[in-house]
Design a protein around this ligand. Structure first.
Ligand code: PXP
Length: 277
């Protein structure tokens, strides 16, 4: 039987839900867009150059409407470097969301940098991008140490999970503040499967909220598929990188970010209809 060691309030609700009352968190009419700048660094690292600069790019993304900037400091340092994280923390005007694995060294850097938020993600050496959500149940011991350590350093802690109710329940029991729902399966699916994946995300978002968790979403979102995810109940932030960076090559950062904000807004106005606040 699963036993979780972290301090868990009665009822297994996230310890951050201090009000104990569902829906006290103000839900904006649409989720906020957080722009992931990893792939600006991917391009720079391809030639070990100093340009393009993910920090300058992040500042432009903010001017165009990004409510936050996300980056992933990987163990293999394939894109974002330690210095990028420091510079982002000092330079951006909005919020820094740092993605980390459970690697000790990276977690220690996260504690020192003190980003506004940390999203813990799984990481495998040979993956092209983050494949699948974190196995919270299996990793519960390491998470039970990492979550309070990051929270003590001032970070809002999020766990990147699949739309899997068992994983979400475990995230709540461990005291995470947020889950970020992995939207990759939805993004990659077509036809009836796509509708099923969207329904799973909806169920997961409501379930997470009922367990005292706040909800973000991301991975594989683009200009065409973002609207349906933006319209899901309870989702506060969307983390989007690749599609915006790719679009920016054609139209520039400002337009690429602005178009994504508009694409997310399109469907999201009705997203709280029928949802108990
Ligand atoms: N959210 C998380 C947790 C991620 O790991 C990534 C990929 O770095 C994203 C969102 C963004 O995915 P994409 O680049 O496909 O928009």
């Amino acid at each position: 039987m699963m036993r979780i060691e972290a301090k868990v309030p009665e009822g297994g609700r996230s310890r951050y839900d201090r009000s104990g009352v569902r829906g006290r968190i103000h839900l904006p009419p649409m989720p906020k867009l957080h722009v992931n700048v990893d792939h600006i660094a991917t391009l720079r690292q391809a030639r070990r150059e100093w340009f393009p600069d993910p920090i300058a790019w992040a500042l432009e993304a903010e001017k165009a409407g990004a409510a936050g900037i996300t980056c992933h400091l990987r163990k293999d340092r394939r894109h974002i470097q330690d210095e990028d994280v420091q510079r982002l923390r000092k330079s951006i005007a909005t919020r820094l969301n740092l993605e980390t694995s459970l690697d000790r060294e990276i977690l220690e850097i996260a504690r020192r940098v003190r980003p506004h938020a940390v999203c813990i993600v799984p990481e495998a050496r040979n993956e092209v991008t983050t494949e699948g959500g974190l196995d919270v149940v299996t990793e519960r011991r390491r998470l039970a140490r990492a979550i309070p350590a990051l929270a003590d350093a001032g970070a809002e802690v999020s766990l990147f999970v699949d739309a899997d109710l068992r994983q979400i329940r475990a995230a709540a029991a461990l005291g995470a503040m947020f889950v970020e729902l992995h939207t990759g399966r939805y993004a990659n699916a077509v036809g009836a499967r796509k509708r099923r994946e969207l329904a799973r995300l909806r169920t997961a978002a409501v379930f997470a909220h009922e367990h005292g968790l706040r909800v973000n979403a991301g991975h594989g979102l683009d200009y065409l598929n973002v609207g349906a995810v933006a319209a899901l109940p309870r989702v506060e932030e969307l983390n989007i990188g690749f599609a915006i960076v790719a679009r920016a090559l054609e139209v520039g950062v400002h337009r690429a970010v602005g178009e994504m904000v508009a694409a997310a807004r399109k469907n999201s106005t009705s997203r709280h209809a029928g949802v108990t606040r």
